[in-house]
Design a protein around this ligand. Structure first.
Ligand SMILES: NC(=O)c1ccc[n+]([C@@H]2O[C@H](COP(=O)([O-])OP(=O)(O)OC[C@H]3O[C@@H](n4cnc5c(N)ncnc54)[C@H](O)[C@@H]3O)[C@@H](O)[C@H]2O)c1
Length: 252
């Protein structure tokens, strides 16, 4: 496990399924956690961590807004101290083919999934470089590695997250910043229910189809959080620019 004292972890999308699991996991490891989301659920998660003796503060932020992100990172640093770990978990999905999607849906999907990573990394990396070290974990998707049906904007966005992760690894590794990517497969969170609705499918049928993979089940948020925690830990000190699939073999 990673060192507790002095560890400050910023978790984007902390109000959602996987982000909540990541925030709880890092708090368990002793980090002070900034739970960041545009949804008020972030405060519920921070309160849950505090109630069990952990250290967490919620920050409301639109991660696709340049000024909001810059203010939030300053606020987190002021409130909790120098950010040592960043987990870019926030994202959104709008299912559809290129001919189904409005230009707005396309832009919003790219903004929530890729702009958010760009903006947070741009704001945090200078602090990490001054400290001579920093750890970042991004969350893409198996669909950032291999296209999936009726998800043109999402697949494009997640491929962007993978490539942005590797570009940052190259540019900022020499200054001590490690960045890696977790690519989950279907994981039981509100996002999956939303996808079933967007496709007009029964949720039970959608989940049963999603479980059709070598390990025969969909993921739990804690499965993904464990991989994020590993990549942020000293056990991964010589790993940067890597993409770790956590999908029960779904992309084999
Ligand atoms: N659930 C899955 O099956 C699955 C599979 C592969 C990848 N992922 C990825 O994992 C990550 C977490 O997904 P989840 O399943 O927990 O989804 P979720 O919908 O439960 O949570 C996503 C969270 O991100 C927040 N968010 C999105 N855009 C934001 C913005 N612009 N500003 C502030 N907050 C914003 C939402 O408010 C929400 O709380 C996402 O990047 C998603 O694409 C999920």
């Amino acid at each position: 496990m990673s060192a507790g004292p002095g560890r400050v972890a910023l978790v984007t999308g902390g109000g959602g399924g996987i982000g909540t699991a990541v925030a709880l996991r890092l708090a368990d490891e002793g980090a002070a956690v900034a739970v960041v989301d545009r949804d008020a659920a972030a405060e519920t998660v921070a309160a849950r961590i505090r109630a069990t003796g952990g250290h967490a503060t919620s920050f409301k932020c639109d991660l696709a807004d340049e000024y909001d992100v810059a203010d939030m990172v300053e606020d987190v640093t002021h409130t909790l101290g120098n950010i040592t770990d960043v987990c870019c978990v926030a994202g959104s999905i709008q299912r559809g083919t290129v001919t189904d999607l409005s230009f707005d849906s396309w832009h919003n999907t790219l903004a929530d999934n890729v702009d958010s990573v760009f903006l947070v990394c741009r704001a945090v990396i200078p602090y990490m470089e001054r400290a001579g070290q920093g750890r970042i974990v991004t969350v893409a998707s198996g669909w950032g590695l291999r296209a999936g049906e009726k998800a043109a904007a999402y697949c494009t966005a997640k491929a962007g997250v993978v490539m942005l992760t590797q570009a940052i690894a190259l540019d900022h590794g020499p200054a001590g910043v490690r960045i890696n990517c977790v690519a989950p497969g279907d994981t039981r969170t509100p996002m999956l229910s939303q996808e079933a609705r967007q496709l007009g499918q029964q949720e039970t049928e959608f989940l049963a189809e999603a479980a059709d993979r070598p390990l025969g089940r969909i993921g739990n948020p804690a499965d993904v959080a464990a991989a994020v925690a590993f990549l942020a830990s000293p056990d991964a000190d010589f790993i940067t620019g890597a993409v770790l699939t956590v999908d029960g073999g779904g992309t084999i």
